[in-house]
Design a protein around this ligand. Structure first.
Ligand SMILES: Cc1cc2nc3c(=O)[nH]c(=O)nc-3n(C[C@H](O)[C@H](O)[C@H](O)COP(=O)(O)OP(=O)(O)OC[C@H]3O[C@@H](n4cnc5c(N)ncnc54)[C@H](O)[C@@H]3O)c2cc1C
Ligand code: FES
Ligand code: FES
Length: 495
């Protein structure tokens, strides 16, 4: 059965929307239609966080609030969710504890960033396990730019607000919202089509519906989290008349632990995938911590990061190094291929008309296998890689018997350094001279570009150096001499 409206929860009541253009953003809906102008537009590309709102959804039986950049989210994506904006937090004339603490700590000057910051802190307040640390606050604010207050008072406000458990008022509001969201879930199995054959926002509810719809409309744009596609709209002014949103496809966001590998559904959010990847290796946890921001990780998906074919996407090198397999589906036909073979040339992937990414099988590390992952950026937070390197070594004693080395930012596609891999086979962890042929091979295998992020010479040097660093760390079993942040010894100590 198909329905022709989207339904969401807003200010305590269920709202139905039909007749919107598929490319309508959530921010435009809030500001231009609803006139909830507390939510601001700064960059319109997901970077500044001024537009942050909270989306509440029932996940695994309980209500979860996540921060989202409304500027690059599509209105249709809020089907089944509660939208909370800065206007909604105060209750009975009392500010929300997060707002109260921002006032007490002088966390706002010009105030333009403040609604977004308050909404990010609201999701921290609602969701974060206690005690909330300053590190958790910093991570929660990585996607919120404040140009004039400075972060110390804002972080202090966050720590004050999150010092205790959420208040009874918060629990009451949550319970009311959860009941209404459960009501919305009753129509979870309906396919959604808003529009007509030429212009539509569609949200199939099952894999067969998706497969059928995409075969009928191979010219449609697939949208998962819209953290890439949203920018085509706001910055590229793309028309996008046919959109198929994957966020309601049952099972597409599943993640399963299959013993020696994990199976990650294409629609799994980056935030949901993070603990599974972190369990494989602490470097993957650090990689995911630095992937965009909390807002980007809540909306963006694993499938979107792979399918976009970006040469500087962060997951592809890491998953290629691990030996991941990509699963694709077209109609009822499915096929698999090693992830590296998916990337044919710059922005050209091995994906046929009407075919979509369904999931990825990601092997865990076996005994004697070691991983290191380095994301090199200009800024620590919320930045795209200049170079990303991921290296898996298989050891026999102190000797390297096999290596999988993958780079992003070094070519038009995420790419394995096959010459260096061959050169490392047989090298000893105790003889740095035996690493030299591999390090030299990196220089021959790649001809990186010069762009705003880095020069070709810088990229070539960094690519060589991070492989050297990985070998040094694996050889010594220590990262205290090689890292300022993300030391693995500290990560293990915290466990
Ligand atoms: C502020 C900001 C920071 C970012 N930081 C990072 C970063 O640190 N590292 C990084 O790698 N990326 C980063 N990105 C890019 C982006 O967030 C990621 O690539 C994200 O994983 C994309 O996922 P998505 O679900 O939002 O994709 P979408 O935007 O929904 O889709 C991306 C592309 O994939 C296609 N697609 C989506 N799902 C499927 C599917 N199942 N099958 C076939 N095609 C599909 C879409 O048609 C589109 O072409 C950032 C983006 C922003 C806005
Ligand atoms: S307006 Fe800057 S992140 Fe949305
Ligand atoms: S208070 Fe001015 S940008 Fe934050």
């Amino acid at each position: 059965m198909a329905r022709h409206v989207i339904r969401f929860l807003r200010q305590g009541r269920i709202v139905e929307q039909a007749g919107f253009h598929p490319r309508t953003t959530l921010l435009d809906y809030l500001r231009l239609e609803e006139r909830s102008v507390g939510t601001k537009e700064g960059c319109a590309e997901g970077d500044c966080g001024a537009c942050t709102v909270a989306l509440g959804r029932v996940k695994h039986g309980s209500l979860v609030y996540e921060p989202v950049n409304a500027c690059i989210a599509l209105l249709g994506q809020v089907d089944g969710a509660e939208i909370l904006t800065v206007e909604d937090l105060a209750q009975g004339g009392r500010l929300h504890p997060v707002q109260e603490a921002m006032v007490q700590h002088h966390g706002s000057q010009c105030g333009f960033c403040t609604p977004g910051i308050v909404m990010s802190l609201f999701t921290l307040y609602e969701q974060a396990p206690r005690p909330v640390t300053r590190e958790a606050v910093n991570d929660a604010l990585a996607g919120n730019l404040c140009r004039c207050t400075g972060y110390r008072p804002i972080a202090d406000a966050a720590l004050t607000a999150c010092a205790g458990e959420p208040t009874p008022a918060s629990s009451t509001r949550r319970a009311h919202a959860a009941a209404l969201l459960h009501e919305l879930q009753a129509s979870r199995d309906d396919d959604i089509v808003v529009g007509d054959d030429g212009t539509f926002f569609a949200a199939p509810a099952s894999v067969p519906s998706l497969a059928q719809l995409y075969r009928q409309h191979p010219d449609a744009t697939l949208v998962s989290g819209a953290t890439d596609v949203g920018l085509w709209i706001t910055k590229g002014l793309a028309e996008l008349r046919k959109i198929i949103w994957l966020g309601r496809v049952s099972g597409l966001d599943g993640i399963q632990d299959r013993g020696d590998h994990i199976l990650v559904g294409a629609g799994a959010s980056l935030a949901a995938a993070r603990p599974y990847l972190a369990a494989i290796d602490p470097d993957l946890d650090e990689l995911m911590r630095r992937f965009g921001s909390a807002q980007v990780r809540a909306a963006g998906t694993v499938g979107g990061n792979i399918a976009n074919g970006s040469p500087i996407g962060d997951l592809a090198p890491a998953l290629i190094a691990l030996g991941a397999t990509l699963h694709l589906q077209r109609g009822s036909q499915t096929r698999t291929l090693p992830l590296e073979e998916f990337f044919i040339a710059y922005r050209r992937q091995d994906r046929q008309e009407g075919e979509f990414v369904s999931c990825l099988a990601v092997p865990k590390l076996a005994e004697h296998e070691h991983l290191r992952c380095f994301k090199v950026t200009k800024r620590f937070d919320e930045d795209i890689s200049a170079v990303m390197g991921a290296f898996k070594l298989t050891l026999s004693g102190r000797r390297i018997v096999a290596a999988r080395l993958a780079y992003g930012g070094m070519a038009g596609v995420p790419k394995r350094a096959r010459g260096a891999e061959e050169a490392l086979a047989g090298a000893s962890l105790d003889e740095p001279a035996s690493w030299e042929p591999a390090l030299a091979a990196i220089g021959r295998e790649f001809q990186p570009l010069t762009d705003q992020r880095a020069s070709a010479a810088y990229r070539a040097l960094v690519a060589r150096n991070i492989l050297f660093k990985a070998l040094t760390e694996i050889g010594s079993g220590d990262t205290r001499g090689t890292r300022i942040v993300g030391q693995r010894e500290r990560v293990h100590a915290a466990e």
